[in-house]
Design a protein around this ligand. Structure first.
Ligand SMILES: CC(C)(COP(=O)(O)OP(=O)(O)OC[C@H]1O[C@@H](n2cnc3c(N)ncnc32)[C@H](O)[C@@H]1OP(=O)(O)O)[C@@H](O)C(=O)NCCC(=O)NCCS
Length: 193
């Protein structure tokens, strides 16, 4: 049985987050984004950027509000940090939204896929958004990202009808908005219930 632990990201996690982030993109978006763009992603560079972001986030900790992003990592057994999720307010300013909340990104290192890490981390992200007062979290996913869409649909998310075109990795791609609308009790991804 795998043990997944979720906690807020802290300075020092940057390099592992950078690796998980870049590997997840290079594997998960193969065929969906231009390969030159994906191969150009540098885990060390991305890890350094993450580290700077986490240091700045920690420095401003006392001033944090619901408008700020939060970073959650998942650790798996002895492997350490294998996944990152970012949550924050909705990035699209919708006038009809109540207290908004969005899962900005979720990335799991491919070596850890299919073991429940993503499901545990996603549920923790939803729980955190609800604690921030958001009753209806949303996220955006590439229309062509069938693996991620199936993953979200199995975890209580549904396409809510909104779509947009985004310039990603040098290509115009269609993104769909999903909302968290569980119709049944949340499943236990690790089968521990
Ligand atoms: C999409 C993504 C986050 C899913 O992460 P993951 O850790 O593989 O997700 P899980 O393991 O929780 O679930 C995936 C599948 O693994 C299987 N699985 C889950 N728990 C399991 C367990 N304990 N034992 C065996 N298999 C399990 C299930 O088949 C599950 O499929 P289901 O959702 O249809 O039931 C990951 O593939 C990823 O990072 N992709 C690239 C980046 C990306 O697309 N991010 C989303 C952008 S919007």
């Amino acid at each position: 049985m795998v043990e997944v632990r979720v906690r807020p990201a802290v300075p020092g996690d940057g390099p592992a987050i950078g690796r998980a982030h870049v590997e997840a993109w290079q594997t998960g978006y193969a065929g969906l984004m231009p390969s030159a763009f994906l191969h150009g992603l540098d885990a060390v560079e991305r890890g350094g950027a993450w580290e700077q972001r986490l240091i700045a986030h920690q420095r401003s900790a006392n001033a944090n509000t619901n408008d700020d992003p939060e970073f959650l990592v998942a650790e798996l057994d002895q492997y350490g940090v294998v996944a990152i999720a970012t949550i924050g307010p909705e990035r699209d300013d919708r006038p009809d939204r109540a207290i908004s909340g969005e899962v900005w990104m979720i990335n799991v290192a491919p070596g850890a896929w299919g073991r429940g890490v993503g499901s545990v981390l996603l549920q923790a992200a939803v729980d955190r958004l609800k604690q921030r007062g958001c009753s209806r979290p949303v996220l955006w996913v590439l229309e062509s990202n069938t693996r991620a869409r199936a993953f979200y649909e199995h975890n209580g998310w549904t396409f809510d009808g909104a779509s947009k075109s985004e310039h990603l990795g040098g290509r115009e791609l269609c993104e769909l908005r999903y909302a968290y609308t569980p119709t049944s009790p949340t499943r236990d991804p690790l089968g521990t219930a």
